[in-house]
Design a protein around this ligand. Structure first.
Ligand SMILES: [Zn+2]
Ligand SMILES: [Zn+2]
Length: 372
């Protein structure tokens, strides 16, 4: 009898051990803790991809370039994710949508939010085909509309206008969990930032995902003043050819005591909000190291050998991006500034690519600070 009891106990132990081994496989480890929100700034090299998890609900903002799809898939699966409640593709540049077809094919997707800016290239075509294959439609969410992600709420801030370039047409959103606010603006540049600032009341955020990988074409002074973040996260690759992040953006953060976290230095970065406090899994960066534009991005021309998929900076986003304005005008006090001047006007602002002489002949005066 005792022998049988021992055997039974051994059997039970064995069953328990086997079932435990199977639960070590991440079947469903998505955090469902009440009030907890996680933002995973996934290291996708040069590009963006951020995973938000709140009370078991999930949102992916962008999916890196086409070399990153499988890596993002693996990362999501490691988090126990089978379904994305929201897939947001801020704008159709390859470093934001390239990996999306893999994600769309491999996961259950709830709603798809995309910019209204369309592109006529292979990367965009692949994305549309993947959506069609999964019988998914997408919408460009309206500014001001709100969506729930567990305890967190998502408020749409952009695109707040119609734009002639993909970056400005980025879907921008504020995620609020309790008292904590996270701002994502894709690659929105100054013009779109200005429109957001005009149309949306409160832009203040604790965590700001630096627009356009920390390029100087984004995070304009007036916009920064409205956001006033305590932390900024920059998604970019070490040694990227675009020179991201730009010294000017880093300087704005440094001068204002903003803690900076960078995927090029730390890899994937996780911020956890409990609705009151936000904690990062790595210490803030102390390097203040600006990127250096190199190769084709530095010369503003595309080399013959350059991949056709690298259309990211085609529309004036690059360090010397062709369309960058020579000067910023204040149409009211008739002063003109360099685009990197730290006293650019918040209102009555106009970009100009005219020459210095031509502006002076129109009655404009050079700013005394930046001496254009
Ligand atoms: Zn872009
Ligand atoms: Zn980008």
């Amino acid at each position: 009898m005792r022998y049988i009891k021992k055997l039974c106990a051994l059997f039970l132990l064995l069953v328990f051990a086997v079932s435990c081994a199977s639960c070590a496989v991440p079947a469903d480890t998505v955090s469902r803790e009440p009030g907890r929100m996680e933002a995973h700034f996934i290291d996708v090299g040069q590009g963006d991809s951020t995973l938000i998890i709140c009370e078991g609900k999930t949102m992916l903002i962008d999916a890196g370039d086409d070399s990153q799809g499988t890596a993002i898939q693996n990362y999501l699966q490691k988090q126990g994710i089978k379904k994305l409640d929201y897939l947001v593709l801020t704008h159709p540049d390859s470093d934001h949508i390239g990996g999306a077809p893999v994600i769309i094919t491999k996961f259950d997707i709830g709603q798809v939010f995309m910019s209204d800016y369309k592109k006529d290239n292979k990367t965009y075509e692949k994305l549309i085909k993947a959506l069609e294959y999964k019988r998914l439609s997408y919408q460009t969410p309206k500014v001001g509309s709100e969506y729930a992600l567990g305890a967190a709420s998502i408020r749409i801030l952009g695109p707040a206008g119609k734009y002639g370039n993909p970056n400005d047409a980025s879907v921008a959103l504020m995620i609020q969990n309790g008292d904590n606010r996270f701002l994502f603006t894709g690659d929105a540049q100054e013009e779109a930032e200005q429109d957001m600032a005009e149309s949306i009341g409160d832009l203040s955020a604790d965590v700001y995902h630096a627009g356009h990988h920390g390029s100087k074409t984004s995070t304009s002074e007036a916009f920064f003043e409205r956001v006033r973040p305590s932390c900024a996260v920059i998604s970019c690759a070490e040694g990227n050819s675009y020179g991201h992040p730009h010294a000017q953006t880093l300087n704005t953060f440094r001068m204002n005591g903003v803690k900076v976290y960078r995927t090029d230095e730390e890899g994937t970065i996780i911020a956890v909000s409990d609705g009151k406090e936000i904690r990062f899994d790595v210490p803030p960066s102390e390097t203040w190291k600006a990127g250096e534009p190199t190769g084709s991005a530095a010369s503003g021309k595309k080399g013959a050998g350059e991949k056709s998929g690298s259309e990211e900076e085609e529309n004036g986003g690059g360090p010397s991006g062709g369309e960058e304005p020579a000067y910023i005008l204040n149409t009211k006090n008739k002063k003109f500034h360099r685009p990197e001047c730290d006293s650019l006007p918040a209102v009555n602002r106009k970009k100009s690519s005219e020459s210095r002489e031509s502006l002076i002949s129109q009655g404009y005066e050079p700013c005394k600070r930046c001496n254009p």
